[in-house]
Design a protein around this ligand. Structure first.
Ligand SMILES: C[S@@+](CC[C@H](N)C(=O)[O-])C[C@H]1O[C@@H](n2cnc3c(N)ncnc32)[C@H](O)[C@@H]1O
Length: 263
C-alpha cells in the first residue's frame, strides 16, 4: 500500500493488505452504533470493537498506540487484553450538547479509549501540554513559602510550559456551523472531527516520519493533521462521496503547504 494515500473500501478487508507490526498509530473513529447511517447500524458495538481491536492490533508496532472512539459503553464487557493494553479512557466532554433526556441524565461526552501494544513507545507530553489552572499559579507563588516547598505538596512542581491535559478533554469544542474547517453542514456532529482533537492524539503518540493509519477516514481530518505534523498516513473510507471530499481537502492542504514553502 502507498503512503499518504486514501483507499476506498471496507477497512476490515483493507487492513489485511497491511504488513504485520508496521504502523505506529491508529486513529479509529469508526461506527458508534447510535445513528441511522447504514454504516453505523451495528447490532453489537462491543463485539464489533473487539473484532476491530483484534484485526488492527496485528498491524501495530510493539509499543504503538490505537485510539478507539465511541460512546460511554463502547468497550464494556469485552476482553481486549489478549491484544492491547488499555492505558486510559479519555472523556471528550461536550457541554454544548443538547440535554434532551427526561428520564435519565443526558450523555454529554464521547469516550476515546487509549490503547497501546504493550508499553507505550511514544508519549510526547511536552507537545500536548495545556495551560495551568489559576490555582496552580497560586501554587507557584506558594512554592516560595518554605512550609510548602518542604511539606507534603512539595513534589507537585509547577511547569511553566503547562500541564498534562488529563483524561477529561473539555477544552476542545465540537465543530459548529461557523467553524472554518467544516467541509459541509451535513458532516456536523457525527462525521467530521475537529483538527485540534486529532492533533492532540497524533502529537502525543507519534513522531515525525511515523506511519499513522486511519481506517475510518471520513473527510480526511487525520490526513490534514499528519501532513502538517510531517507524519505519514494511510487511510480507508467506505463512502465514495466522503473519499472525494477528503481527496479534495488533501489536495488543498498539500497545495497550501507547497505555496508556503516556495513563497
Ligand atoms: C465518525 S466518521 C469519521 C470521521 C473522520 N474522523 C473525520 O474527521 O472526517 C466514521 C467514518 O467511517 C466510515 N466507515 C464506516 N464503516 C466503515 C468500514 N467498514 N470501512 C471503512 N470506512 C467505514 C463512515 O463512512 C464514516 O465516514
Amino acid at each position: 500500500m502507498q503512503i499518504n494515500e486514501l483507499y476506498q473500501g471496507d477497512a476490515l478487508c483493507l487492513v489485511q493488505e497491511i504488513a504485520d507490526e508496521s504502523v505506529d498509530l491508529i486513529v479509529c473513529d469508526g461506527p458508534y452504533g447510535v445513528t441511522q447511517y447504514e454504516w453505523d447500524k451495528i447490532p453489537d458495538i462491543q463485539e464489533y470493537n473487539l473484532n476491530l481491536i483484534r484485526l488492527f492490533s496485528r498491524v501495530l508496532k510493539p509499543g504503538g498506540a490505537l485510539y478507539l472512539f465511541g460512546k460511554d459503553d463502547c468497550i464494556d464487557f469485552i476482553d481486549y487484553r489478549p491484544y492491547l493494553t488499555l492505558n486510559r479512557k479519555i472523556v471528550w466532554y461536550q457541554p454544548s450538547r443538547l440535554a434532551q433526556g427526561r428520564m435519565n441524565y443526558t450523555n454529554n461526552y464521547d469516550l476515546i479509549c487509549y490503547f497501546t501494544k504493550g508499553k507505550a513507545k511514544t508519549f510526547n507530553l511536552d507537545d500536548i501540554r495545556v495551560p495551568q489552572l489559576v490555582e496552580l499559579e497560586h501554587r507557584l507563588r506558594c512554592e516560595r513559602v518554605p512550609s510548602v516547598v518542604n511539606g507534603q505538596y512539595g513534589k507537585t512542581k509547577f511547569n511553566e510550559n503547562g500541564k498534562n491535559p488529563g483524561d477529561v478533554w473539555g477544552d476542545i469544542k465540537q465543530l459548529t456551523y461557523k467553524s472554518k474547517e467544516l467541509i459541509s453542514r451535513d458532516l456536523l456532529n457525527t462525521i467530521q472531527k475537529p483538527e485540534k482533537l486529532i492533533e492532540r492524539i497524533v502529537k502525543a503518540s507519534s513522531n515525525e516520519g511515523d506511519l499513522v493509519l486511519d481506517p475510518f477516514a471520513g473527510v480526511g481530518t487525520t490526513f490534514v493533521v499528519c501532513q502538517r505534523l510531517k507524519r505519514n498516513f494511510i487511510g480507508f473510507e467506505i463512502n465514495p462521496e466522503y473519499v472525494e471530499l477528503a481527496k479534495e481537502r488533501m489536495r488543498r492542504i498539500v497545495q497550501e503547504q507547497e505555496y508556503r514553502l516556495f513563497s
